[in-house]
Ligand binder design. Structure first.
Ligand SMILES: *Cc1c(COP(=O)(O)O)cnc(C)c1O
Length: 485
């Protein structure tokens, strides 16, 4: 399987190169040149690691199959994800919640970040790269911990995570500050998330620093969600959950199933599109947004317009205005790299672009957008718990709202549940009508008392863990840190 760029499809690279480079030289994203075709029944009866192995082998054709088998076993095998690597909860007759948060950091990003670091190390081996890779991550919370957990202890890799001082939740801060491993470092940065991200971007653009690092056979890399190595592991759970629905007689083999995905950077939902293009009977993909509903507008009108207020919501991982992975959908829909390059240029220059009607119509054949604000999300958390005895987090709640807008109760629909309710315990407790508290551990305790849903062990034990990282830095110190990391 070869890969090309969304902005120049004369380019051809291998899977290893796509994963090692992350971004194409023209600024585009790497995409496979074709969709491997499979039959859903080939996946019936497979375990989660077996499903992952099968999907990865179709796409990562220059990787050693034995390596892939080992890697998926280490990432998703027995003992990983609390034995619930893909837990499908039936919420109503035709409505399921695919709980993707039983991994080490209690958010769905673990699926990508438990595997992708291994894929990166192997890509270096495949390409004869003997240097040290230094991963720098700017995070507002969730990605930082998931990346630390994935890269800790890997050979030839060092990782530094930067988060805004006082800009994360207490649970998120402790998750990062207590991270174990000899190749990890964590810093709080004076300022907000923008300052942190700008600081990291400057380090990546620092050519003098790159030269100094090069002399030591070291290179910088990022862990962000546009890397093909983060996207491909997410295709797996669409196939696995479909096979589970058939096995549990939730649907008949071959029936179409809608998937509803709480969306930020458009990676998770795009993986569903790949599954559909590969032959899985996916019906509609419902793109759920919070008050930052730039994608809802796009899917309705064809206009992508980031010139709008940015809202900080109770579903912070979806507080995104530029959904980078959308670029891949535009390429696959049009097969026109020139047009994609032009839209991305318009977006960068003017903050807006508009898709032609035929392109929008083609996207609308599969995608439907719907949004919900914080108040609607809170009502949804309360309603799901009262009516179905099902407790969900603030991101999943947005998706439940969107699903109800989009489907009738006859259509089978799987909502992707992206975070444990205990990752956002104060907001969830408040949504259930309980008195609010700002103390997250107190909120966890009260939430489990009220609902009987246990607190995930990795969160419950946080307060007892040794704090390893407390340093607060100025963003100007980042280049020095990158050099000495
Ligand atoms: C990252 C994240 C999302 C958004 O996923 P994308 O792939 O960026 O669309 C949704 N929910 C949670 C909890 C997340 O951490």
């Amino acid at each position: 399987m070869e890969y090309t760029s969304t902005r120049n499809d004369a380019l051809r690279v291998s899977a290893s190169e796509a994963i090692l480079k992350g971004l194409a030289p023209d600024g585009g994203l790497f995409v496979p040149v074709e969709f491997p075709q499979v039959k859903p029944e080939e996946f019936y009866g497979l375990t989660y690691p077996q499903t992952a192995e099968k999907v990865l082998r179709l796409f990562l054709t220059d990787y050693d199959p034995d390596f892939l088998k080992r890697a998926v076993e280490e990432a998703y095998g027995a003992g990983c994800f609390s034995g619930k690597a893909d837990f499908l909860a039936r919420v109503e007759e035709k409505l399921w919640s695919l709980e993707l948060w039983h991994g080490p950091t209690c958010a769905f990003k673990d699926y990508a970040l438990q595997l992708m670091p291994k894929l990166l190390v192997e890509a270096k081996r495949n390409l004869g790269d003997t240097g040290t890779t230094k991963i720098l991550v700017a995070t507002s919370g969730d990605t930082g911990k998931a990346a630390l957990a994935g890269y800790a202890g890997l050979p030839g890799i060092r990782i530094a995570v930067f988060y805004p001082n006082a800009g994360t939740s207490e649970v998120q801060r402790l998750q990062m500050a207590t991270q174990e491993g000899g190749n990890v470092a964590v810093y709080a940065v004076e300022g907000n998330f923008d300052d942190t991200q700008t600081g990291v971007k400057h380090v990546f653009a620092d050519t003098a620093l790159a030269r100094q690092l090069g002399q030591k056979n070291e290179r910088l890399s990022s862990a962000n969600s546009i890397n093909w190595g983060r996207l491909v592991p997410q295709i797996v759970y669409y196939f696995y959950s479909y096979a589970q629905l058939v096995a549990q007689n939730g649907i008949a083999a071959g029936d179409a199933v809608d998937y509803c995905v709480p969306t930020g950077n458009f990676g998770d939902i795009l993986a569903g599109y790949y599954a559909k293009r590969m032959g899985l009977p996916v019906g509609r993909l419902i793109c759920a947004s919070n008050q930052n509903n730039v994608l809802t507008e796009l899917l309705e009108t064809g206009r992508y317009d980031v010139r709008r207020p940015f809202y900080k919501t109770e579903s912070p991982s979806m507080d995104i205005l530029v959904s980078s992975n959308l670029e891949r959908l535009l390429y696959h829909t049009t097969q026109d790299a020139g047009a994609v390059a032009l839209w991305m240029q318009q977006l960068a220059q003017d903050g807006v672009y508009t898709l032609p009607e035929n392109v929008l119509a083609k996207i609308q054949e599969t995608f439907f957008g719907a949004c919900a604000d914080d108040a609607q999300g809170r009502a949804e958390i309360r309603a799901r718990f009262a009516q179905n005895g099902y407790l969900c987090d603030t991101h999943t709640a947005v998706a439940f709202c969107a699903a109800r807008t989009a489907i009738s109760s006859e259509d089978p629909c799987v909502v992707l549940s992206t975070a444990s309710p205990y990752k956002f315990p104060c907001a969830v407790l408040g949504a259930l009508g309980e008195e609010r508290t700002a103390d997250e551990f107190d909120a966890m305790r009260r939430l489990t008392e009220k609902t009987g849903v246990p607190v995930p062990e990795s969160l419950a034990s946080l307060r007892e863990k040794e704090i390893r990282f407390t340093q607060v830095i100025d963003k100007n110190e980042m280049p020095e840190i990158a050099l000495l990391l």
